[in-house]
Design a protein around this ligand. Structure first.
Ligand code: ZN
Length: 346
């Protein structure tokens, strides 16, 4: 089963905005446009995403021209980038914190992406590092971006989304502040503390937009972290606030996810050696097999490789548990084998 281009494992995902109703007239939003359909390569997998934009159904409503987007989809990758934001952040960290050379970073990424069947070119590392630097400069650029400001005017304001992304090592977190309506990054900062004061400082460029460019804050979206909640509440007490369901779920599913990982590893450790032995045997038999027998052996080998693929399934927070996926894949294989047995018996 090969989906998008030549990547062996592609995860399909659908995204819609967290908002359900129009901020102006409170009618239920409807799916209106495809914001993007693209493939994004992240460290956790190759994702084929369908990102749907929603609008107020009432053409008379002042908010009718506003398109609501998904903050999660926008957080996966920067606009026009195939490599995910997690990879951009990793490149930034390896370069600036660990002082690795471009070649060393290239090597590390090749290793990390190999299980996904993805290769990355050396020059890509330079682009990604540039993207990282641009990202951290974002706050100084938004207020002079006339094209974006025109879009904001059309939308009647911005919806501020705060998202903390933690790299796998270290105690720093990269915070991204974005306008959820246009997807534009308004501020990005690498911080080691998540106190309310730090959060407020992070949001200062947004306050500047309000004061200097008369940009109206229509709403705020944060994850459930208290300091984030407190900061947006202090800064915009009258503005509607929403906790991003995705982040709340991701946090809530953490422990279940860890347990799932352990079961998955145990399953693989037990079954992988047996499968390897079976495949070795098949290979050996093939050398002396008749053409008919060879065909049968090839079918068996396909099954064995199917089981191996199932055992290497990765989960994805918050909804995709590896062992659930694995067992449904293994069930399918078993059903297919039973079918084969019936046919063979006839
Ligand atoms: Zn409306």
């Amino acid at each position: 089963m090969r989906h998008s281009r030549s990547y062996p494992n592609v995860i399909r995902r659908w995204y819609r905005p967290v908002e359900h109703e129009c901020l102006e007239c409170h009618r239920t939003l409807r799916e209106a446009v495809a914001v993007s359909r693209r493939t994004v390569i992240t460290l956790a997998g190759v994702i084929k995403l369908n990102h749907a934009g929603y609008r107020c159904p009432d053409p008379q409503c002042v908010g009718h021209r506003r398109t609501y987007r998904s903050v999660e989809a926008d957080a996966l990758a920067l606009p026009h980038f195939t490599y995910g934001l997690d990879i951009v952040l990793l490149v930034g960290r390896l370069r600036l914190r660990e002082h690795q050379t471009v070649d060393e970073i290239h090597q590390e990424l090749l290793t990390r992406l190999e299980p996904l069947g993805v290769k990355i070119a050396r020059r890509e590392i330079l682009y990604l590092f540039e993207a990282y630097c641009t990202l951290l400069r974002a706050s100084s650029e938004a207020k002079d971006d006339q094209q974006w400001l025109a879009q904001v005017k059309k939308n009647g304001g911005i919806i501020v989304s705060v998202d903390g992304i933690q790299p796998e090592k270290g105690n720093e977190t990269v915070y991204l502040v974005r306008d959820a309506l246009t997807g534009r990054v308004l501020a990005a900062e690498n911080v080691t503390s998540s106190e309310t004061a730090v959060m407020k400082a992070l949001l200062a460029p947004v306050v500047a937009l309000e004061v200097e460019r008369k940009v109206k804050v229509l709403g705020t979206i944060t994850d459930a972290q208290e300091s984030e909640l407190k900061a947006v509440e202090d800064l915009w007490p009258k503005v509607p606030h929403q906790v991003c369901q995705f982040h709340a779920l991701r946090d809530a599913s953490k422990s279940a996810f860890e347990a799932d990982k352990q079961v998955k590893t145990a399953m693989r450790k037990r079954l992988q050696p047996k499968l390897r032995a079976v495949r070795k045997q098949i290979k050996k038999r093939l050398s002396t097999a008749s053409p008919d027998e060879a065909k049968q052996l090839a079918v068996l080998d396909d099954y064995a490789s199917g089981v191996l693929t199932a055992l290497n399934t990765d989960g994805l927070q918050p909804f995709k548990y590896a062992t659930v996926e694995e067992s449904s894949m293994l069930d399918e294989i078993e059903a297919s084998l039973q079918q084969l047995l019936k046919k063979g018996g006839q």
